[in-house]
Design a protein around this ligand. Structure first.
Ligand SMILES: N[C@@H](CCC(=O)N[C@@H](CS)C(=O)NCC(=O)O)C(=O)O
Length: 235
């Protein structure tokens, strides 16, 4: 039987992964449909005003787009709540969740650089958002391992996919940036080890991500083994 929730995705999309982490953390059953980025089906285009994934279809009828709206909707409608109960803490969580757009674009513009010069220039910009998050972690008022303490939150779900992409990049071309931010490095470790994060993508996500660099002809793809070709079809 079909699940109540159907997540529409590209295999490598970090924004879809954010929604999947929330679904996983709440133990919600869901189906996932992967669509072809270059041949987006009409049913999808009818549901996604900006033609982007994720889209979540609820009970085969209602569709929601934008990962933040999806995460908030899931949090309001399915327990356990991942947002803090305290209104001030919740507002602060939302403020830091909002910052994920700048953080994401700093990571994505580095990984999709077309030349080494561009890659180095973009990588040099990472220290600033990393420092801001590291400061936020220092002021969060708990010992972690997650943003709000022992329980994974919507802030964690938002950042985990991008810290994972940083980690994938770092394994291809060591950047040595996150090591300068001890709290951020520890948060990254906790996020990547969290069961909800591990279960939020295809199992061979790193190979699929690497293959995508080859498909998009990005500079980092010159460090990827040709063994990854076909990874996206493997699952
Ligand atoms: N703000 C959107 C961003 C979603 C997004 O950028 N998704 C990418 C895939 S990772 C996409 O569908 N891009 C459309 C395209 O590549 O044309 C969200 O949070 O859901």
């Amino acid at each position: 039987m079909a699940s109540k929730f159907m997540l529409c995705s590209f295999k490598t999309c970090p924004w879809v992964q954010r929604a999947a982490i929330v679904l996983q953390a709440k133990g919600i059953a869901y189906d996932i449909t992967y669509i072809d980025r270059d041949k987006r089906p009409d049913w999808f285009l009818a549901m996604s005003p900006h033609s982007k994934v994720p889209v979540v279809v609820i009970d085969g009828k209602e569709a929601l787009f934008e990962s933040n709206a999806i995460a908030e909707y899931l949090d309001e409608t399915v327990s356990p709540r991942l947002h803090p109960a305290d209104a001030l803490a919740r507002a602060r969580n939302r403020a830091w969740t909002d910052f994920v757009s700048s953080f994401a674009s700093a990571i994505s513009s580095t990984m999709y650089a077309d030349t080494e010069v561009e890659f180095r220039a973009k990588a040099a910009n990472l220290a600033e958002p990393f420092g801001r998050l590291d400061d936020a972690l220092g002021k969060r008022g708990n010992d972690g391992p997650f943003f709000n303490g022992p329980k994974l939150s919507l802030v964690d779900a938002a950042y985990a996919p991008f810290l994972q992409r940083y980690t994938f990049m770092d394994r291809l071309r060591p950047l040595g940036i996150i090591e300068r931010f001890a709290r951020l490095a520890a948060w990254r470790e906790a996020l990547l080890a969290a069961p909800a994060v591990k279960a939020s993508t295809v199992a061979n996500i790193e190979a699929v991500w690497q293959e995508n660099l080859i498909v998009r002809k990005r500079w980092l793809s010159s460090f990827v083994s040709s063994d990854v070709i076909g990874a996206a079809l493997a699952e």
